[in-house]
Design a protein around this ligand. Sequence first.
Ligand SMILES: [Zn+2]
Length: 68
Amino acid sequence: MVKCVYCGCELSDERVIEVCDKCGGSVWGEKMFNTIVHNMETARANGDLCNDHVVREIPRETESFREF
Ligand SMILES: [Zn+2]
């Protein structure tokens, strides 16, 4: 079972990121969050992403968007 790291709500096992749409939208903004999810889906499709990496990847993804 996958749970949102922020609010703890249950997410689909298919979920590539352990954050729900609601929390993701409020933390990164809807557009940025969609980009992060898309990047993770691409990474998973390439087979170089495992569950342990999901949370650690998030801060690095947001670094270059601090100027917003
Ligand atoms: Zn949530």
